[in-house]
Design a protein around this ligand. Structure first.
Ligand code: ADP
Ligand code: ZN
Length: 732
């Protein structure tokens, strides 16, 4: 066969949970290069994959047994830097190469040939007679569009409000010039020459530093730390503009939750005249394809996205920005468990470009890297304009006892009343969805629990249902106790945002309320509407979960009340205190961002807790120093290494037995310790029993080696799933 068709042996990586490449034969006519997208046969089906290597490994499958590549796609090859990145992420997270590749190819029907379409752009010469109707077209183009922006005939008709005849006439006259586009509407190119903000001295200095770094074309990580409202976004926009001076450069901006960034997108559009290309998991298949194609062809210049955007085929990446770098949403907790911020640094290293980590509350990991000089460290210490940082204080709930069924203490009530009277906006923060986190029977003490998880059901008044926040199970609120049959005996315990909203409505019957939680806001459009209503001051009180901490700028918002500052402080998570501090600092940062001064009130039972002390005194350095010292003493990240191993399965005995077996072969030494197995805090989840190991090791230990040695091939042994999480952020 191989003589009939001159061919070569190639190695192909398929987007399947396989660790290695598969060998195929490609006829020479295909002119295969590394990175090419190809279709190959696999167990009687067709599969799409990527040419990973052209060097035949020795001692492999005999050539007679190899199958031929079916076809090659016309797409440009997968950029080499992305291939390296896929390998790096796979090695680091101990995932199969193919599983990581799958993330880079998670685009439906990406190999379809884009249909070619003819669009038209305005000619710069404008030959032909000018008529009033034609003038309308020219004016519309000049005032609203970047030069050269191509559109289909129909869009011209709509945009200039003229008849199709006018457009056809202009095409004939050569005033509109045809242009072939690849199936999709082009993204409008950002315009770097639009008016920019006049930067303050400290802002310019920071921008200058980043620009120099960016221009050097070398890898460097820069921490851009700045208090909330100090203009970090304005600063990195300057770096984006600078990078885009290179006409083929691509810039990637990672944000924690893209669906929550309406205000950010508006600002980008104001600065660059066009929206960036957006990437996240909730896009439609068509939107994903359009963005992915634009990226691999180099047409997408600025991409803003969730962590998964790291796997986009950016071939001329010149700058990465990670906004709110401290955010835990960058960590993916299932499948390939990677941290978007850390992997952004790796991606930048492999693309030889700068990466900016921006935050008002940097993670301890990043702070320590900055202190060590591994990262550059820029600091913005002033709010823009007249705005000042809000005044912070706490209400000691031991002294100001809450009345039964009430969650707002008297001092906070007074502050809210005063603010309402002044006509300013207040925000009440409680990071808990629904009405009440626990419902129990007054008669027998029975707690309403999820049948599939070891978790309480959360009451949602809005739907009259109890819901499990882990698996989504829900049921109607029963009218009698399912255990003792007593009627009307179920009581709600503790508050969620719905319940706090109810109390605010009772206290201020004339006030206008908005609840901001993922239950109320199910789409970016709804979020946008709510954000705009708040901006227009159609809302007096906002009651919100962590959704409200996401960088919003509400000029009339001057009071923030934190219902339960102690929430989230305890638990097995070594980052619990750090994260609480970050969340509270961020939510506090929503207050007083314009000319009106802001204040923040924390309700707490532990006013002396280091987190509250740090917030109120504003001395975060002392707090972080202590956190760092505590982590160092316990050899926890970023000083030591940490991983977790979770075994789960529907048969408890099997899970337990495999746990014990693994326990016997666990690595031991002075530099590595294995804790467990113990039932995970969430010991039953979605019908699976869960046992957990924690692996602590010195920084010098090659944790990946140790773990793969230990768990070896037993990744899914006997109906038990084994999940390895390097640098875990989730501890339930
Ligand atoms: P951060 O990202 O640090 O929280 P932002 O970049 O969102 O801060 O800035 C806070 C507010 O101040 C925004 O409304 C922004 O437009 C405004 N702002 C910051 N710097 C400037 C500047 N140099 N000129 C004009 N407005 C600015
Ligand atoms: Zn459940």
């Amino acid at each position: 066969m191989s003589e009939l068709f001159p061919s070569q042996r190639i190695q192909v990586l398929l987007p399947l949970p396989l660790s290695g490449v598969l060998d195929y034969l490609a006829v020479d006519d295909l002119h295969i290069r590394v990175g090419d997208f190809i279709t190959v046969p696999l167990s009687g089906r067709e599969m799409q994959g990527v040419v990973w290597d052209l060097v035949p490994p020795e001692n492999d499958v005999p050539i007679e047994k190899l199958k031929y590549v079916i076809r090659k796609s016309e797409l440009p090859p997968l950029p080499e830097s992305l291939m390296k990145f896929v390998e790096w992420v796979a090695n680091y997270t101990l995932s199969p190469y193919g599983s990581v590749l799958k993330m880079a190819l998670s685009v439906p029907r990406k190999f379809d040939k884009p249909k070619k379409k003819i669009f038209y752009r305005l000619s710069s010469e404008l030959p032909g007679k000018m008529t009033p109707a034609r003038k309308k077209v020219v004016d519309a183009a000049v005032s609203d569009m970047p030069p050269d922006y191509p559109m289909p005939v129909k869009a011209w008709v709509e945009h200039a409000a003229v008849s199709e005849g006018v457009i056809r006439g202009m095409i004939k006259a050569g005033m509109l010039i045809s242009q072939e586009v690849m199936g999709e509407d082009a993204f409008i190119k950002p315009d770097i020459d639009l008016e920019r903000a006049t930067l303050s001295d400290e802002q310019s200095e920071a921008a200058e530093h980043i620009i120099i770094q960016q221009q050097s074309g070398t890898f460097r990580t820069v921490l851009l730390e700045g208090i909330t409202g100090s203009g970090k976004t304005e600063v990195y926009f300057e770096a984006v503009a600078e990078a885009l001076k290179d006409p083929s450069a691509q810039v990637l901006v990672l944000v924690p939750e893209i669906s929550l960034t309406a205000q950010w997108l508006d600002r980008f559009k104001e600065r660059f005249g066009a929206e960036p290309v957006i990437w996240h998991s909730e896009m439609t298949p068509a939107q994903r394809r359009r963005a992915w194609w634009a990226t691999i062809r180099g047409e997408a210049r600025v991409i803003v996205g969730a962590r998964s955007a790291l796997f986009l085929p950016l071939k001329n990446l010149k700058l990465i920005i990670v906004d709110e770098e401290h955010s835990q949403t960058f960590k993916q907790d299932e499948g390939v468990m990677y941290h978007g911020r850390d992997m952004a640094v790796v991606r930048a290293m492999q693309s030889h470009c700068a990466v900016i980590l921006a935050s008002a509350t940097p993670s301890l990991e990043t702070m320590i890297n900055a202190q060590n000089g591994k990262y550059d460290w820029l600091y913005l210490g002033e709010r823009h304009g007249p705005a000042e940082l809000p005044k912070m204080s706490s209400v000691d709930l031991r002294a100001h006892k809450l009345k039964p069924g009430s969650w707002i203490s008297e001092p906070l009530q007074e502050a809210l009343a005063e603010n309402f009277k002044k006509g300013e906006q207040s925000l009440l923060y409680l990071n808990r969805r629904g009405y009440a986190p626990l419902t129990l029977c007054r008669g027998c003490g029975q707690r309403m629990e999820c049948p599939h998880c070891s978790a309480w059901l959360v009451e949602h008044h809005k739907w009259g249902r109890l819901e499990c926040h882990h698996c989504g199970f829900n049921r109607k609120v029963p009218d009698h106790c399912p255990n003792c049959e007593a009627e009307d005996s179920l009581v709600a315990c503790g508050p969620g945002v719905e319940r706090v909203a109810e109390e605010v409505a009772t206290l201020f019957p004339d006030a206008r309320l908005a609840v901001m939680s993922s239950d109320e806001i199910s789409s970016p459009t709804m979020l946008k509407a709510m954000v705009e209503a708040i901006e227009r001051h159609e809302v007096d009180f906002i009651i919100g979960t962590q959704i409200v901490t996401k960088g919003y700028h509400f000029p009339m918002l001057t009071l923030v009340g934190v219902i339960d500052a102690d929430l989230g402080m305890s638990g097995a998570d070594p980052r619990a205190a750090e994260r609480t501090w970050q969340q509270l600092e961020q939510v506090a940062g929503r207050a007083g961002r314009a000319e009106h001064a802001g204040r923040v009130i924390f309700q707490t039972y532990q006013p002396d807790h280091p987190v509250l002390q740090a917030l109120i005194s504003g001395d975060k350095d002392l707090f972080l120093e202590r956190e760092a010292a505590a982590r160092e003493a316990q050899n926890l990240p970023p000083y030591g290494k940490l991983a977790s191993l979770i075994l789960s399965g529907p048969d408890k005995n099997k899970v337990l037995n495999l746990s014990k077996e693994l326990s016997r072969s666990a690595p031991r030494g002075n530099d590595i310790k294995v804790l467990g197995p113990v039932p995970a805090p969430l010991s039953y989840l979605r019908g699976n029993y869960r046992y957990r190991f924690l692996i602590k090791a010195d920084a010098s230990v090659n944790l990946q080696n140790q773990l793969s040695h230990w768990t070896g091939k037993t990744r899914t042994a006997r109906g038990v799933k084994i999940q390895v999480d390097i640098d875990p952020y989730s501890f339930y």
